[in-house]
Design a protein around this ligand. Structure first.
Ligand code: ADP
Ligand code: MG
Length: 225
């Protein structure tokens, strides 16, 4: 078997909220392999975003072991090897859509034809007509689609998407997912989507559920028919 993209053992992360401590992720043990299609489900506050940020190397665990055997050190992951689609709007306001989508390539110093890669990423999600627009002129749903184009542009080995269809109606959300899954078909890229939407989760091959910081399917693979 290929090296795991992520190997997590008893990973924990707690936040201070005033004098209280909130356990956002509790003893999470799991592996993620190339090509995995994972839905991360759970109520608001169950720890999904915290877990995605840990998986991206953006945040560090307080306890346990979190390794990226196939990818390397935590500092080297974003944005070239792992793309993170944030739950909150994350486009840079002064930049056009095309410039926003180009950012991962510029940040990682990728030796590619940037214009061609951006054009292809926008076309994948039917966003070509928005290339020269500024983010403030877009709807919330369009911004989410652009953030997804930015996630695929550098051909990362893992895409972590935090409620990427949260601002979209069901039909548009499914179209975004269709385009993403079609784009990833035949590649080694793994995908983790945090979602409340069962229709989105059904399109993945595995579902992990979170409840009060605990991963209920701890490392086990729940295959959806
Ligand atoms: P979800 O994405 O499932 O809604 P989160 O990971 O955002 O869950 O939050 C998990 C828990 O951690 C919640 O109780 C939330 O209030 C808390 N939390 C998240 N981020 C912070 C933070 N930066 N500071 C303090 N508490 C936080
Ligand atoms: Mg969240």
């Amino acid at each position: 078997m290929a090296d795991a993209l992520i190997q997590a053992t008893d990973v924990g992360r707690a936040y201070r909220q005033g004098s209280a401590t909130v356990a956002a992720v509790v003893e999470a043990t799991f592996q993620l392999q190339p090509k995995d299609r994972m839905a991360l489900m759970g109520r608001s506050g169950s720890g999904k975003s915290t877990l995605l940020h840990l998986m991206a190397g953006l945040d560090r665990p307080d306890s346990g072991s979190l390794l990226w055997p196939a990818l390397g050190a935590a500092e080297s992951l974003l944005p070239a090897k792992i793309a993170l689609v944030f739950q909150a709007p994350s486009l840079l306001e002064p930049l056009t859509v095309a410039e926003n989508v180009a950012l991962p390539l510029l940040m990682s110093g990728a030796v590619v034809d940037t214009d061609a890669a951006v054009t292809a990423a926008l076309a994948t999600f039917g966003l070509t007509h928005l290339a020269d627009k500024l983010p403030e002129t877009l709807s919330g749903g369009q911004m989410q689609c652009v953030a997804m184009a930015r996630a695929i542009v550098g051909q990362p080995q893992l895409i972590l998407a935090d409620e990427p269809t949260g601002q979209l109606d069901r039909v548009t959300g499914q179209a975004l997912l269709d385009a993403l899954l079609q784009h990833l078909a035949g590649t080694e890229t793994a995908l983790v989507i945090a979602t409340h939407d069962p229709a989105v989760a059904e399109r993945m091959t595995m579902i992990w559920r979170m409840d009060h910081g605990r991963l209920l399917a701890d490392g086990q693979r729940e295959v959806v028919a």
